[in-house]
Design a protein around this ligand. Structure first.
Ligand code: S3P
Length: 169
């Protein structure tokens, strides 16, 4: 059984929702990495991007992995870019089980259009610009995401079958 489970995938894929359900069913703690960072910085993700810049935010993601890999029985929903910077993917794979929550660009677009979370990388974009950004970012990120130990279809609900598959890994 893995002490740590990292849920990775694009913005809007449902990492937080799935992560909470998996944690509940496995009786693990749940941590949202973005939230962990905002609590420590005392500011929101858009504020961090604006005031400190994206490279600083990426350092914070790496620092979060350093800290969280010390904990046990924990499900971590990572930010969409976390596996694609520094050596984060490698370190998460060493520290626990990585699961890619996968969704196609069209489905991500619909979810992101209805999401209330502010995301600096998509701010101020209309529908076609948003779709283009999703496609371009996903093309760059897919090679990182696809190194995950397991893939879950983002359209699938978390159920016993999914949790059993995680526990067998
Ligand atoms: C980002 C994803 C966001 C957040 C930040 C940057 C990204 O998290 O970390 O806005 O680079 O994909 P979610 O994946 O939870 O939206």
């Amino acid at each position: 059984m893995h002490a740590r489970i990292f849920l990775i995938g694009f913005m809007g894929a449902g990492k937080t929702t799935h992560g909470k359900q998996i944690a509940r069913m496995m009786e693990y703690d749940f941590i949202d990495m973005d939230r962990w960072i905002t609590e420590r910085q005392g500011k929101s993700i858009p504020q961090i991007f604006e005031q400190n810049g994206e490279p600083f935010f990426r350092q914070m993601e790496s620092a979060a992995i350093d800290e969280l890999q010390k904990r046990e029985k924990i499900v971590i929903a990572t930010g969409g870019g976390a596996p694609c910077h520094n050596d984060n993917m490698e370190r998460m794979k060493k520290a626990g089980l990585t699961i890619y929550l996968k969704l196609a660009p069209g489905a991500l677009l619909v979810r992101l259009q209805h999401s209330k979370t502010q995301r600096p990388l998509l701010e101020g974009k209309n529908e076609s610009e948003m779709l283009r950004t999703i496609q371009e970012l996903l093309e760059h990120r897919e090679p990182f995401y696809s190194r995950a130990d397991m893939v879950i279809d983002g359209l699938d609900r978390v159920n016993e079958r999914v949790v059993n598959a995680i526990q067998r890994r």
